[in-house]
Design a protein around this ligand. Structure first.
Ligand code: KIV
Length: 292
């Protein structure tokens, strides 16, 4: 059937069909996302914190994203795969940004790239779109600017800041972005932006009235038992289940219950194998003597 096009998200908005997105960082997870029928995934720079153990996403490099985009693309046939452009990969020069975005599509196999920022990145978005690179925007809390913002705080609480975010969203739509992530902004502002745009909004910590929702894999699957952001919910608690499975495995190894006969290859035939071979031979001998 082939991979979904970026335009399918807009058609979902037009039909009033709310869609989900999830972050995804490897091949087996991409296979599961595909089976679950989720239409789009983000290989987010959140991989820096949830996979690599960094304090923020600032340390993530283009090579990190490329490394994870490739298996996600291999593991998914239908889902739109959006690759995050990490900090430093599009801020230094437009030419470098173009080269890096091209690598994510050409080498990584991504369907689209995501960039954080508003008016500041509009010329770059225009250039990318003109070159055939689909761009997803990202407004509100932009984690790559965490050092400047002074923490992961809700954005757009004052009227002036809310108006700025709305203007940024309109500017990104005009520049050709096909969707915009709205992170950690008041629900009323997200509702207003969603109503004003023709392209879909994808919320995270932005209330229920966005066109789609995106969440981080480790949060919704309960892979961090001690931490859950306020805007997320655990739809499973996998960490204790994985721990239980690992404890069972370690116990079975310790008690010599694993590996068992089923997992073992031996060159010395077992008594069973010897007897079966003997009976087979006797049957063949019987058949031959009966015929004779
Ligand atoms: O990197 C990421 O996972 C993101 C989402 C939180 C939108 O940017």
């Amino acid at each position: 059937m082939g991979r979904r096009s970026i335009h399918s998200l807009r058609r979902m908005k037009e039909r009033g069909e709310r869609f989900s997105m999830v972050t995804c960082y490897d091949y087996p997870s991409a296979r599961i996302v595909e089976e679950a029928g989720i239409p789009a995934v983000l290989v987010g720079d959140s991989l820096g914190t949830v996979l690599l153990g960094y304090e923020s996403t600032v340390a993530v490099t283009l090579d990190d994203i490329l490394h994870h985009v490739k298996p996600v693309v291999r593991g998914s046939d239908r889902a739109i795969v959006v690759a995050d452009m990490p900090f430093g990969s599009y801020q230094n020069s437009a030419d470098e940004a173009m080269r890096n975005a091209t690598r994510l599509l050409q080498e990584g196999g991504a369907t689209a790239v995501k960039l954080e920022g508003g008016q500041r990145i509009v010329p770059l978005v225009q250039r990318m779109v003109a070159a055939g690179i689909p761009v997803m925007g990202h407004l509100g809390l932009t984690p790559q600017s965490v050092l400047q913002l002074g923490g992961n705080r809700v954005q757009g609480k004052s009227d002036a800041k809310a108006a700025e975010i709305l203007d940024d969203a309109i500017a990104l739509e005009r520049a050709g972005a096909f969707a915009i992530v709205l992170e950690l902004i008041p629900a009323s502002l997200a509702r207003e932006i969603t109503a004003q745009l023709r392209i879909p909004t994808v919320g995270i910590g932005a209330g229920i009235d966005t066109d789609g929702e995106i969440q981080v894999w480790h949060d919704i699957l309960g892979l961090f038992p001690d931490f859950l952001p306020k805007h997320s919910q655990r739809f499973a608690r996998l960490a204790p289940q994985i721990r239980f499975a690992l404890e069972n495995y370690a116990h079975a190894v310790r008690t010599r219950d694993f590996p068992g006969a089923d997992q073992t290859v031996d060159t010395t035939p077992s008594t069973n194998q010897v007897l079966t071979a003997l009976f087979d031979e006797m049957e063949t001998f019987d058949e031959m003597t009966t015929k004779a």
